[in-house]
Design a binder for this molecule. Structure first.
Ligand code: FES
Length: 129
């Protein structure tokens, strides 16, 4: 059983109800995949929309994390969604809105912005099939 302080944090973040986790590169020190301003704009948009749609937080289905660098460093801002292992490029607020609506809410990958996708074989192996 979790300690009370950790249990409170887990509940406030929706750690037990989340189905997907999106990481977005918003590197602040010498960003390479996009300008600093673009990264901040995308991160602020993602954070605001997930809150507005009540997807993040208590009882939410989405976790979000601002990453300093996802090691891709071109055509950003870069994002990755787990557990699907879907990597997206060019994550402007407009593209993030599609990722939120179609992938995070609808479960459908936004294929036109995907540049890497974990293979189905990997998923099956992980699930022991
Ligand atoms: S600086 Fe964004 S992925 Fe490396």
């Amino acid at each position: 059983m979790a300690l009370p302080d950790l249990q409170r944090v887990a509940e406030s973040l929706g750690l037990e109800s989340a189905r997907r986790h999106i990481f977005l590169c918003a590197e602040a020190n010498e960003p390479k995949c996009a300008s600093c301003a673009e990264g901040v704009r995308s991160w602020d948009y993602l954070k605001g929309r997930l809150k507005e749609l009540k997807l993040a937080g208590p009882g939410g289905t989405v976790l979000r994390t601002k990453a300093n660098c996802l090691k891709v460093c071109v055509r950003g801002p870069i994002a990755v969604v787990y557990p699907d292992g879907t990597w997206y490029h060019s994550c402007t607020p407009e593209v993030l809105e599609r990722i939120i609506q179609e992938h995070l809410m609808g479960g459908r990958i936004v294929t036109e912005y995907v540049f890497a996708q974990r293979s189905a074989d990997c998923v099956r192996a992980r699930e022991g099939q």
